[in-house]
Design a protein around this ligand. Structure first.
Ligand code: LIP
Length: 282
């Protein structure tokens, strides 16, 4: 089996460099543009950080491929091939970044033959660097991570997101999902505004499940392997196998909790990330 440790170590080093750019801009006024909805924002820092990350990786690994949130937004084709591919969200939690809400992350995943080999999530303001490599465990600032192992949904803290969608069907589906969970009851529902950091709470054991409909592959590709390597379970919201392009995910402390979430949560229709045109929910 190939060893991608050199790529992982390089990914961590450039994430640390990119964090300095994010932090320098965090307190500044931002030039904000809208993408797919009034709540789907992008700043020049998102675009700058992605360009810097991709340029640095391309200099070292010229034959690698890329899927970047802002490159796709600029019209680049989104296709995961068997080639070594870097899947990048330069600032996950852009709305938080614009509002100076202190949960913003750089998310970098790396896949070969369409299988994720490692993931890096750097929660910039918290200075929490999460990473995992396939078969070698999950870590926060170098310390090993383990999920809570909770199996009873009634004992769970569940993390989710009200994403960027603002159409009635998406909003009614997302809010009714939260309503049903609270009715079970669960101990609590939380949302940090960044899918990557949300999901890492499951790997840490501070939350017992995360689910989301409508996010994109770059939001969760890195944090999915971080949960899996911490002993967690990652599936589609219908309980089937996880597919990072489906725009639906459950990450849980155990298979039992993943099943319980899948029984309660309903999805609204979303066009897969790898179907043209991307970035739209049908
Ligand atoms: C964000 C996700 C978040 C979701 C937002 C947005 P971005 O990603 O991480 O969970 O609620 O709608 O998709 O756009 O900040 O990279």
């Amino acid at each position: 089996m190939a060893d991608w440790s050199d790529c992982l170590n390089f990914g961590i080093s450039i994430a640390k460099q990119a964090r300095k750019i994010v932090l320098a801009a965090f307190q500044q006024q931002k030039d904000v543009k809208l993408k797919s909805s009034p709540a789907d924002l992008v700043t020049e820092t998102d675009q700058q950080v992605e360009k810097i990350l991709i340029a640095a990786i391309r200099r070292r690994y010229p034959d690698h491929s890329f899927i970047g949130e802002e490159s796709v937004a600029a019209g680049e084709r989104l296709e995961l091939t068997a080639a070594p591919t870097w899947i990048i969200d330069p600032i996950d939690g852009t709305v938080n970044f614009v509002h100076r809400f202190p949960f913003v992350a750089i998310s970098i995943a790396f896949a070969v033959n369409k299988e994720t080999e490692f993931g890096i999530v750097y929660s910039c303001v918290e200075d929490k660097l999460f990473h995992a490599q396939r078969g070698r465990g999950s870590f926060l600032n170098g310390e090993p991570l383990r999920v809570s192992g909770q199996e009873d949904i009634h004992q769970c803290v569940v993390v989710t997101e009200i994403g960027a969608e603002r159409d009635d069907l998406a909003l009614s589906t997302m809010t009714s999902n939260i309503f049903r969970l609270l009715q079970l009851p669960v101990h609590g529902v939380r949302a940090l505004g960044t899918a990557a950091v949300d999901m890492c709470q499951v790997a840490v054991g501070g939350a017992d499940a995360y689910y989301h409909i409508g996010m994109h592959c770059w939001d969760i590709a890195a944090s999915a392997i971080i949960v899996q390597e911490a002993g967690g379970v990652v599936t589609d919201t219908d309980g089937s196998d996880f597919d990072m392009m489906s725009r639906r995910v459950i990450a849980a402390s155990s298979a039992a909790v993943a099943r319980s979430i899948a029984q309660v949560v309903q999805a609204f229709p979303c066009r897969r990330d790898d179907l043209e045109p991307s970035n739209t929910c049908v």
